[in-house]
Design a protein around this ligand. Sequence first.
Ligand code: UDX
Length: 460
Amino acid sequence: MEERKGRKIIMFPLPFPGHFNPMIQLAGIFHHRGFSITILHTSYNFPDPSRYPHFTFRTISHNKEGEGGEDPLSRSETSGMDLVALIRVLKQKYAEPFRESLAAEVGGGEKVCCLVSDAIWGRNTEIAAKEVGVHRLVLRTGGAASFCAFAAFPLLRDKGYFSTLDSRQDDPVIELPPLKVKDLPVVETNDPDELYRIISDMVEGVKSSSGVIWNTFEDLERGQLMDLSSNFNVPFFPLGPFHKHSNHLPPKTKSKEDNEITKWLEKQDPKSVVYASFGSLADIEEKEFLEIAWGLRNSKQSFLWVVRPGLVRGTEWLESLPCGFMDNLGHKGKIVKWTNQLEVLAHPAVGVFWTHCGWNSTVESICEGVPMICTPCFSDQRVNARYIADVWRVGNVLEKSMMDTEEIEKVVRSAIMDNGNEMRDRCLAYKERAEKCLGENGSSSNYLDKLVRDVLSFDS
Ligand code: UDX
């Protein structure tokens, strides 16, 4: 497009929905401000580009040129890997192909304003961007509070917090109130040293960037953003919530399943439904799955539950549910493989969101004024859960270790019947503040104006 000439931005998302979605939303925001967008995406988890007709997609493959065929990384190589191992492999395998793809894009003639890469890619993207003389902005898809904890990893390690995780679970982390030891953003892994390397590479990559873009807003995380920016000598751009910016991209086409979910929600009373979903990466044991199923059923509340294939370890989908479980539920409960979460949370029938507290889910719930039941699984989700419960006070924590049928039944029922209202009011207040931040002269709008000015002034 002629009018976007000289305004090209290259984006490099991490290939998981919790990272790809906010990058695509950010692409929509830049596009609306007159930029053209090229997305360099790994062959691993490559998306369907026809869903995003405004953007140009380029596959970067770790296969040698001419080898062709399906990318082996998506099949045998990754099966059974824990998340830390998977990220290590992605970073290793795609570093060189990314460098080559970026050089090809930049050498293509059209001026490139900057690269926006996911923070987890770390300093590899810094080296590649320097080589071709392009400024690099970083998108951090998680919140500022959890980033404070990541940035404190060296200190926490020196103080011995990581070696006593099991024995001091309920102790406060005095350096990072209100976190407790059990809230530290670790991941279950066979290779804790590698986790430490990934985190420190992310933090160093942020420090050496030309700026950090956050999917958060000042009225939610002002203190944490200020703490971080006093230690990081780079500009911060908290532009969130991304999904609430008007970007004028075509709406997603609705699938048959989406329509069925909407129809089902239409039949429920206002604020009566528990929406349960644990994001795109977390998995649970079969025992936990059954406790959740019975707890939801026994609560006698209506529920919509996303059970992603792969959510329950060692099973395909719902085969471990007892025979007739669904039939006995009647219209009270609905289990689906995936849904349009933004639409579900915006529906007036939804009363509470039982979530793993991924950052996107957290922001999406807050922005619809829906209080939460928090069952964090790993990493930043633990920090998010503590902030949801103790700082913003828009949810309660239901720890995985406490999750038996009776406890679930009790927590779910009380979230809908008793204490939902106060939390909902607080959540609605945050929803309003988010809208203000996005409005004229709001902080997110002002940061976006500044970001656009900065990007246009980059001299690469
Ligand atoms: C991961 C980490 O878990 C999270 O903590 C980190 O901040 C980002 O990466 P994920 O586990 O997928 O993300 O959770 P979350 O951040 O909540 O992202 C899930 C995304 O998938 C959300 O945007 C949500 O709207 C979407 N989603 C989820 C759907 O559209 N449909 C569904 O059925 C479930």
